[in-house]
Design a protein around this ligand. Structure first.
Ligand code: GDP
Length: 203
């Protein structure tokens, strides 16, 4: 009680493990908070803003290349999990299947999992690949919350319209939390609010 979220993120922040296959997924040691989203949604930028690091999460410039789930140990308190971006148009069925197998292997029965933040580009709203992700999370009973990214790109009234549309759609999903978060890594908006949610769910 009473700990500031800034303090919560001011300690160490270390790469703990990377998993490119289901076998490489590490055993859970700490509560886990996961970041997922379409490629280019602004996930690396948001993770770096939250942790106040310049390059903790690397931007993924090569679409379709083998990607891994990265685990970062945040001050020994919780694990920040960076999922590979999804939604590439040009991946083979086999690559997509591999990706799904790994994601399901990770999500299923992961008791340490506290919340998956599903990042959605405010300019685009929900895409079918996001809906597939949400369906997978529902199937794994993994709790998630929608975080809008790049809100600096859209005007305030449009934000509310978008959030309402997503909230409406969320009613069809079982594991999604109705609250929507507005963020801009570029303008550092909504970062503190997100840190507070992370702190709340992680400890
Ligand atoms: P990732 O592929 O999901 O990790 O996305 P990145 O963090 O690499 O960002 C993808 C692109 O979106 C880059 O060109 C970023 O500069 C841009 N971007 C990321 N965050 C923001 C933001 O808050 N506002 C705006 N306008 N652009 C952003």
């Amino acid at each position: 009680m009473g700990e500031s979220s800034e303090h919560f993120f001011s300690g160490s922040c270390d790469f703990a493990a990377g998993a490119a296959t289901a076998e490489q997924i590490p055993a859970a040691t700490l509560p886990e908070v996961v970041f997922a989203g379409r490629s280019n949604v602004g996930k690396s930028s948001l993770i770096n803003a939250i942790t106040n690091r310049k390059a903790l999460a690397r931007t993924s410039r090569t679409p379709g290349r083998t990607q891994q789930i990265n685990f970062f140990n945040i001050a020994g308190r919780f694990m920040l999990v960076d999922m590979p971006g999804y939604g590439f148009a040009r991946v083979s069925k086999l690559q997509k299947q591999d990706w799904q197998d790994m994601i399901y292997s990770y999500l299923r029965g992961r008791e340490s999992l506290r919340c998956v933040f599903v990042l959605v580009d405010a300019r685009h709203g929900l895409k079918d690949s996001d809906r597939e992700m949400m369906k997978a999370l529902d199937e794994c009973a993994a709790p998630y919350r929608i975080v809008l990214t790049k809100i600096d790109e859209i005007k305030k009234p449009a934000r509310e319209v978008l959030a309402a549309a997503i909230q409406d759609e969320l009613k069809k999903f079982t594991a999604g939390h109705p609250d929507i978060y507005f963020t801009s890594a570029e303008k550092k908006e909504g970062i503190e609010a997100l840190r507070e949610v992370i702190m709340r769910v992680a400890i």
